[in-house]
Design a protein around this ligand. Structure first.
Ligand code: DQA
Length: 146
């Protein structure tokens, strides 16, 4: 099983970016934790972060040729703006879960709408980095229901 974890703009700044909102854990630390968790379960993980909308679109297109089974995506601010990334992910028809570190629903009104939530299998918000691990657990259980 191959899972792609996509991170949108500014998530490369985790650890120093508004730590009161996003916590002190860096993106490499989050990725290392997920890699260890996936390795124990025999899952292949790929990570990609971009500050560019087109870069994320291209990476999603490549996922189809690579045979990616599942996507976990935190689109960052593109959550609230990007029809292009939404179209890419529905276009390749790879199932996905949307993750947000912060609880977007208790923040500014412009963060309450997502271009992804209505086409996602599920949405995890406000649980910090644990959200990615829970999404990974979901992908594993979905592939091999107990
Ligand atoms: C975010 C929430 C978005 O509103 C924001 O633009 C981000 C991060 C989150 O993980 O909480 O960049 O996706």
């Amino acid at each position: 099983m191959h899972i792609l974890i996509l991170q949108g703009p500014n998530l490369n700044l985790l650890g120093t970016r508004e730590p009161g909102v996003y916590g002190a854990t860096t993106l490499p630390q989050i990725q290392a934790g997920l890699d260890a968790y996936a390795a124990e379960r025999g899952v292949r993980l790929s990570h990609f972060q971009s500050n560019h909308e087109g870069g994320l679109v291209d990476r999603i297109h490549a996922a189809r040729t690579e045979g990616v089974d599942f996507i976990i995506i935190n689109p960052g601010a593109y959550t609230h703006t990007s029809v292009a990334i939404r179209d890419a992910i529905t276009g390749v028809a790879i199932p996905f879960v949307e993750v947000h570190l912060s609880n977007v629903h208790r923040r500014e009104a412009f963060r309450h709408h997502s271009y992804f939530s209505d086409v996602a299998e599920g949405v995890i918000v406000g649980l910090g980095p644990l959200g990615y691990r829970l999404a990974l657990d979901y992908a594993l259980q979905r592939a091999a229901p107990r």
